[in-house]
Design a protein around this ligand. Structure first.
Ligand SMILES: Nc1ncnc2c1ncn2[C@@H]1O[C@H](COP(=O)(O)OP(=O)(O)OP(=O)(O)O)[C@@H](O)[C@H]1O
Ligand SMILES: [Mg+2]
Length: 484
């Protein structure tokens, strides 16, 4: 039965499969409907479910539990009997056929009858278990999902359009979840266990993955996945989605093309990487760009791009290559521009130096809530990297390195907007001087929670207007005029 997928040396298929309970008995008869008619108005709260509805829900739950139970049994049996090295070469269609035949035989043996729809679901889930990431597979295939967040085996949340929701997808138990985690991390040569309880990895499709396992994760393993988007949002998409206006896009084009050093600042999941990626489209095709990231997410369209990815130490604690190592090496690779996915530590000093010493037009992101906050973050990172520098020297280094801070934000209604574009204009005494050119103004909130607002110019003309003009980007004065 297992034909070419069967292990050559596997003995007879295990017969001791636990029979699964036949379909649940019909629930007790429906409770009588209340007959008393109250003269009071109907309560605002939803009426309790009718017995028929409750029965349907119960039946659906039992059906799901039964499928889950069957899947676990069959999966065990598949793994015991399949020849895993033959699997790698098998086509999807032939493997699916094989799974269907194994499942049919096992179900027969167990005396379980399933309807066509349940059988199809079961086959797909078995395929996902054997070849993919089990319950996560359906979410990975769903293009509307941006993030997948697992809080223990029974709670899987997803983020769609900036909003988090709980799904009805679950793992069987913590062991099932751990097995999937193990599959992911071992594919990239890592291991998680009690002594290495957390790990970063990249899934085969490029998605960013992080996990933390018990006992450090108290209520079961925690997994976070940032889905990789094959088609990254470009400038026109972001304008269309209302992330910023065409005027702001024209300004940003001038800034990037004339090689200003840009920092994209924002909170977690606010759209920093997306913005950085979109901004990179303004870089000319003949420039040599080097990108450095902890997890390679950027997708630059230019021809001349060298991509680097840092690496954590291996199990023996050796072989780490930090972003700073990559950055230092990048300086010897004759870059025109350097793009660092996210500056979060000691590499800050090399980044600022690169920006100050001939690699104009470099870009990075930082985790901060405003342009001013972004400057403080840079100062803190410099201080934490162990470099002793008087505050004034530190600030003057920052002010001469960074030209522009673009603030990305995820608002309460889930929308992602560029809430501010701020230029750094120099130093006044010990303070870095800045001027905001564009900002997002909140005007109110609709009854459904949607935020009403608009982008506006502040009325301040760019300090780089002359530079823009000299480079052929003659922006009309009107883009700096505020709507009143
Ligand atoms: N303006 C936008 N409109 C709709 N979706 C967006 C927008 N900007 C970003 N996204 C989506 O939001 C998700 C998070 O974006 P992104 O990875 O750029 O955030 P980030 O700030 O870099 O996150 P992190 O802090 O985790 O690195 C992605 O799936 C991205 O496709
Ligand atoms: Mg990011």
């Amino acid at each position: 039965m297992f034909s070419r997928f069967k292990k050559p040396d596997s003995g007879p298929a295990p017969t001791g499969l636990r029979p699964v309970a036949s379909p649940a008995p019909v629930a007790p008869a429906a409770a009588p409907r209340p007959t008393a008619v109250s003269s009071r108005p109907a309560p605002a709260a939803p009426l309790p479910k009718t017995a028929a509805e409750a029965m349907a829900v119960d039946k659906e739950k039992k059906r799901k539990d039964k499928l889950m139970e069957l899947k676990v049994e069959l999966h065990k049996r598949l793994l015991d009997n399949l020849n895993l090295s033959a699997l790698e070469k098998a086509s999807e269609a032939s493997l699916k056929l094989e799974i269907a035949s194994i499942a049919a035989e096992a179900l027969d043996e167990m005396g379980v009858a399933l309807n066509a729809q349940d059988r199809q679901i079961l086959h797909q889930e078995l395929y996902d278990e054997v070849m993919g990431l089990g319950p996560l597979e359906a979410l990975l295939k769903d293009d509307t999902v941006n993030d997948i967040l697992v809080n223990g085996p029974k709670r899987i949340f997803v983020e769609r359009a900036g909003k988090l929701t709980l799904t009805d997808i679950t793992f069987k138990d913590e062991r099932h979840l751990l097995r999937i985690i193990d599959k992911i991390v071992s594919a990239v040569g890592r291991r998680v266990d009690e002594s290495n309880p957390y790990c970063d990895a990249r899934l085969a499709d490029g998605s960013r993955f992080n996990c933390m396992v018990p006992p450090v994760a108290v209520d079961g393993s925690l997994v976070s996945i940032r889905k990789f988007k094959k088609d990254k949002l470009g400038i026109p998409d972001l304008v269309r989605f209302g992330a910023f206006t065409e005027e702001m896009a024209a300004y940003l084009q001038a800034a990037v093309a004339t090689r200003l050093n840009v920092i994209v600042s924002g909170g977690t999941g606010s759209g920093k990487t997306t913005t950085l990626n979109a901004l990179s489209s303004f870089i000319a095709n003949d420039e040599r760009i080097l990108t450095i990231e902890d997890t390679a997410e950027l997708q630059l369209q230019q021809v001349h791009v060298g991509r680097m990815e840092s690496r954590p130490p291996n199990v023996e604690g050796k072989g780490a290559v930090t972003q700073r190592d990559c950055l230092r090496n990048a300086l010897r690779m004759r870059p025109d521009r350097i793009i660092v996915g996210e500056t979060r530590g000691e590499e800050v000093i090399d980044m600022l130096q690169a920006m100050n010493t001939g690699h104009d037009g470099s870009m990075t992101t930082i985790h901060a809530n405003s342009a001013r906050d972004g400057i403080s973050r840079l100062e803190n990172m410099i201080a934490m990297s162990g470099i002793e520098m008087p505050t004034k020297a530190m600030r003057s280094q920052i002010s001469s390195a960074v030209n522009l801070i673009v603030q990305a934000s995820r608002l309460q209604d889930g929308s992602r907007r560029m809430t501010s574009i701020t230029e750094i204009t120099g130093m006044e005494g010990e303070v870095i001087s800045m001027q905001e050119i564009f900002r997002y103004e909140r005007l109110g909130t609709e009854s459904n929670g949607k935020i009403i607002g608009r982008f506006n110019a502040t009325g301040i003309r760019s300090a780089y207007s002359d530079r823009f003009r000299q480079w052929g980007y003659d922006l009309p004065a009107a883009i700096y005029e505020p709507i009143v």
